[in-house]
Structures are given as C-alpha cells and as structure tokens.
Design a protein around this ligand. Structure first.
Ligand code: UD1
Length: 340
C-alpha cells in the first residue's frame, strides 16, 4: 500500500516524502512541476536511499489520476498541490479558485471511485482570518477577515473535505493548518525555491544575504508587538513534515474530520528572525523599514496543545536551526546552479 503525495516535489511535499520514507512508508509523488523541479525526486532518493515513484501530472487531470490509481495500490493521499502565492492570488483570483478547487475536486472524485478513504490536507493558519486573537485554537471560528483568494481557497477546501467526510462515514480527513514554515532539510539538498521575487520573509532574507536582493524591506515597525514588527509562528519544515507523518498515523486509526494546528506555539517578530539569522550565520542582511503590507496582522501564533495531546507530535527545532538550515540550503543551491 502506498501514500500518494500531490505536490510531492514542492517545499513541504518533498520534506514530508523524506520523513514518510524514513519510517518505511511507500510513497508516490505526483506534481506538474509548475513550481518545483524534477531533480527533487533524485534528491529525496539520495537522502533516504529509498525508491520513489514519480508522475508528472496535473492533479486536475482526472484521467491521468485514474491511471495512477490503476497502476498502484493507494491507501491515502496527502494533498499539497495548489497555488500558494498570496499576492498573485489577489491579482489572479479565478486562476487560484479554479486550480486549487478543481484539483481538490478531481482527486476526491478519483478517491471515491477507487474507495480510497484517507486524506491529509495542507491548510493554513490564514483560515483564522484577522478577527481572532492569539494563540489560535482549532475551535475558533474561521473565515472572518480572510484577506486574499489564496486563503479563501484553503477555507473552502476545508469545508468541501468536511462535507465529503460527513457524507461517507468511512472517510478519514485530517486538516493541517500550517503556521509559517521555513528552514530546509539539514542535508541542504531540498528546500524552498520560490519563483521570481520571494513574497515570503525567509526566502527574501536568504536571497538578500546571498546578494541577489539589495535589501530586505521590513513591512512596518509600528505594530502593537514587543518591537513593532509583526510576530509569527515560524516552524521548521522538517518538524512540519513529521507532523504529517503523525497525522497519517492518526488517519489510519480514525474516521471523520479532524483539524490540527502545526506550529511551535511561539511567536517571533520579523526583527527577531532577522537578527537571529544574522547572528547564527555571521552574515549581514541589509534592511530598511517600509510601510505596512496590506492584509498583514500583528500577531499570529498557534495553540499547539491539540496536536501534542492527540497526535503526540511537537515541534522540536529552534529558531536558530531554522535560520541555519535556510541559509545552508540557499548557499548550496546557488553553488549547484552556478555549477550547471
Ligand atoms: C503568508 C500567508 C499565509 C501563508 C504563508 C506561507 C496570509 C495573510 N499570509 O503568511 O497564508 O500560508 O504566507 O508561508 O495570507 N515580511 C517583511 N518583508 C518581506 C516579507 C515579509 O517584513 O519582504 C513580513 C510580513 O509583513 C509578515 C512576516 O514578514 O509580517 C511574514 O510574512 P510572510 O513570510 O509573507 O508570511 P505571512 O504573511 O505570515
């Protein structure tokens, strides 16, 4: 029996593949490579020494998905595939709704056809919107104050999946709400590789440290936080990947829909992250203070008690680990790109 990872060559998919393989699971990756590279498959093999099957397929393509289900014995799906740029989603909402919803509906239809009963879904803390106060707990109302179409697709997909599991009591759905994943595998072989100018903080920091960007703009220093910059729950991607393994094990034993926050439970500000990065890596990252970015909220961090008590999972890596591993990945990837 295998686990299908849609978006399996992406940032979180690839790290989850490694952790799933390490524990002896059979893993099949599917990705259309629109935002990742084929070389990731070999790198996963290199890290784990295990076999990995890969299909270059758009998950919205039902016929292609059926072929994958025909050729393999798929026990469940971890569904990462989806567009994820907040800024782009504001400019191209239809593209986001179509891609993220279509792909989810296709995979669900095929799962139904093949009686595949387990799905883990990549959701986001963004579903908590701007009306809740920290720490965010899974019971809080979602949806109010979501600021962009990307966030709405996560919210809508959570609803679709819950309805689907409600109609079929033998289904098991786990919704994982990620906080701010950063870091990279300690091998430096896999990590986050944004297309173009990074929208997220850590890739912008590493690219500025590498000299690709002139300076980081800190979006606002007048928030009601301890130093005026926004506070976020940064989580190491390897911890996040292990959270998926715990969720998968949970799904094997339970039916219905369950939701978990995957964060550390600790908030760090933008200044704190930047200072830690400079300190642990001994490198200066030029920065300036700019105006606030539209849609940002001051404080975002998770209540992680539920994941701890129900999944037995807890993030272990420190903010220093995250900064060190992000920088190692950036440097190694630059060297490889120049080498080619
Ligand atoms: C965003 C999305 C979240 C998504 C996550 C993916 C929203 C509101 N947020 O989170 O849904 O899951 O990305 O990782 O939908 N910053 C700077 N300068 C920069 C870039 C960022 O100061 O160049 C600041 C931002 O203002 C923010 C913090 O760094 O306060 C983190 O930003 P970012 O990495 O973009 O993540 P979020 O906005 O928290």
């Amino acid at each position: 029996m295998a686990v299908l990872l849609t978006g399996g060559t992406g940032f979180i998919g690839s790290h989850t593949a490694v952790e799933m393989l390490k524990l002896g699971n059979e893993v099949i990756l599917v990705d259309d490579l629109s935002n990742s590279e084929i070389s990731v498959v070999d790198r996963i093999k290199k890290i784990t020494g295990k076999k990995v099957k890969f299909y270059e397929t758009d998950v919205s393509d039902k016929k292609a998905l059926e072929k994958i289900f025909d050729e393999n014995n798929i026990e469940g799906v971890i569904h990462f595939a989806g567009f994820k740029s907040v800024g782009e989603s504001v400019k191209k909402p239809l593209m986001y709704y179509k891609n993220n919803l279509d792909s989810t509906l296709s995979i669900l239809e095929v799962m139904k056809e093949y009686k595949c009963k387990k799905m883990i879904f990549s959701s986001s803390a963004t579903v908590y919107g701007s009306k809740n106060t920290v720490p965010f707990t899974e019971e809080m109302e979602t949806g109010r104050g979501i600021s962009n179409p990307y966030g709405w697709t996560k919210y809508m997909i959570e609803q679709i999946l819950s309805d689907f599991a409600f109609a079929d009591k033998s289904m098991s759905i786990v919704l994982l709400r990620y906080f701010n994943p950063i870091g990279a595998h300690e091998s430096g072989l896999i990590g986050e590789k944004p297309d173009g100018i990074p929208g997220n903080l850590m890739p912008f920091i590493t690219q500025t440290a590498a000299g690709i960007r002139d300076r980081l703009t800190i979006f606002g220093d007048d928030y009601p936080t301890r130093d005026g910059s926004c506070e976020r729950d940064f989580i190491h991607v390897v911890d996040l990947a292990k959270g998926h393994v715990a969720a998968w094990e949970y799904a094997l034993e339970h039916t219905g829909t369950e939701v978990f926050n995957l964060g550390t439970g600790n908030g760090y500000t933008v200044f704190e992250l930047l200072n830690t990065f400079q300190k642990v890596n001994g490198i200066e990252v030029p920065s300036v203070i700019g105006p606030r970015r539209e849609g940002d909220i001051a404080r975002v961090y998770a209540d992680v008690k539920k994941a701890e008590s129900v999944l037995g999972w807890k993030a272990e890596k420190t903010i220093e680990d995250m900064c060190r591993d992000s920088w190692r990945w950036e440097q190694k990837e630059r060297q490889r790109t120049i080498g080619n």
